[in-house]
Design a protein around this ligand. Structure first.
Ligand code: CMP
Length: 141
């Protein structure tokens, strides 16, 4: 999920192109505004943490871009591209290392396991909104 900070920075294309350049398939994509209850479900595991309330406020503050990404080892590949959550740890070259100005106001959320991906995808997409596709060229090269 590209968070609300992405639109005002005008970097949707830049962020998405990093996933594409790494050979990851985008199989679903939409822009939407999350409401408070959806944001609370999405971040339920953080309920009670000192940053939770403000995280929810940020998440509902503007439109987000939700995507389903597919590929071999996609969870770890995407998380390497996004970089560390902690702003002091995220290295240049990663999305958070390049664009996040604070840990809470980072610009992208990536599922941390197949299990959380399944839960999070269901929050945003119906089955018929997800399109697996085959890279025809991959057969030849
Ligand atoms: P995300 O990957 O979306 O998952 C949980 C979010 O909580 C995280 O990105 C940050 O936006 C926020 N977050 C996690 N840890 C902290 C922290 N220590 N301080 C502030 N915000 C945090």
């Amino acid at each position: 999920m590209l968070k609300p900070g992405v639109l005002p920075r005008r970097i949707i294309g830049e962020v998405i192109s990093r996933f594409e350049r790494k050979g990851i398939n985008i199989i679903a994509l939409k822009m939407l505004k999350m409401d408070k209850s959806k944001a609370e479900v999405h971040y339920a595991e953080h309920k009670g943490r000192d940053f939770y309330e403000k995280l929810v406020v940020y998440t509902v503050s503007g439109p987000v871009i939700a995507m389903v990404l597919e590929g071999d080892g996609v969870i770890s590949r995407v998380r390497r591209l996004t970089g560390a959550t902690d702003i002091n740890e995220s290295t240049p070259g990663t999305l958070r290392g390049d664009f996040a100005a604070s840990t809470r106001l980072n610009i992208v959320h990536a599922s941390d396991s197949a299990e959380s991906a399944g839960r999070e995808i269901a929050l945003f997409f119906k089955t018929e909104e997800i399109f697996t596709w085959e890279d025809g060229n991959a057969r030849w090269f």
